[in-house]
Design a binder for this molecule. Structure first.
Ligand SMILES: [Fe+2]
Ligand SMILES: [Fe+2]
Length: 167
């Protein structure tokens, strides 16, 4: 694909992916305000934006999605950068501005991303068992483990009930 078009496809993909989450938040608000038809409208269009995002991504899949070894390596590097460089800087700036809630959210995301990096690293070095086993994901902070859900999330302290199984 030519440069300008592929840049535009990328931009459109990001825009639609953002719209998906924004519209779901709008739908929640409409529920709170007790306007169920508007909530449904936002959910329906959110679903449509998800279709768009997926469709755009399909156009540039060969640019963004490689073979699994490469995808693992890229994901590992991305988690490393975000947990070692980007989030620490975001935490620092949030603290500087006295934005405690954002500082906590960023610092827990930073720690969770560090665990993601470890899981990828183990997969890269094939320290993964042959059988397929489920993962547990903390729905508060995004911590992921390949063990049983802990009584308390090691990153955010959430109880076991906050874990979602991915199998
Ligand atoms: Fe991550
Ligand atoms: Fe957590």
């Amino acid at each position: 694909m030519k440069k300008k078009t592929s840049d535009n496809v990328r931009t459109a993909f990001v825009g639609e992916a953002k719209a998906y989450f924004r519209l779901l938040a709008y739908a929640e608000k409409a529920d709170e305000e007790d306007v169920p038809q508007i909530a449904l409208l936002f959910r329906a269009v959110a679903e449509a934006e998800r279709v768009h995002a997926t469709r755009h991504l399909n156009l540039i899949k060969d640019l963004m999605v490689k073979d699994t070894d490469t995808n693992l390596e890229n994901s590992f590097q991305r988690e490393k950068t975000i947990s070692e460089t980007e989030y620490p800087e975001f935490v620092r700036q949030a603290e500087e501005e006295g934005e405690q809630l954002a500082a906590m959210t960023f610092s827990q995301a930073r720690d969770a991303e560090g665990f993601h990096a470890k899981l990828y690293e183990r997969a890269i070095y094939k320290v993964i068992k042959d059988e397929v086993t489920a993962y547990q994901v903390c729905q508060v902070c995004g911590y992921v483990t390949d063990k049983a859900a802990p009584d308390k999330c090691p990153v955010c302290g959430a109880p076991k009930e906050k874990f979602k199984t991915v199998e």
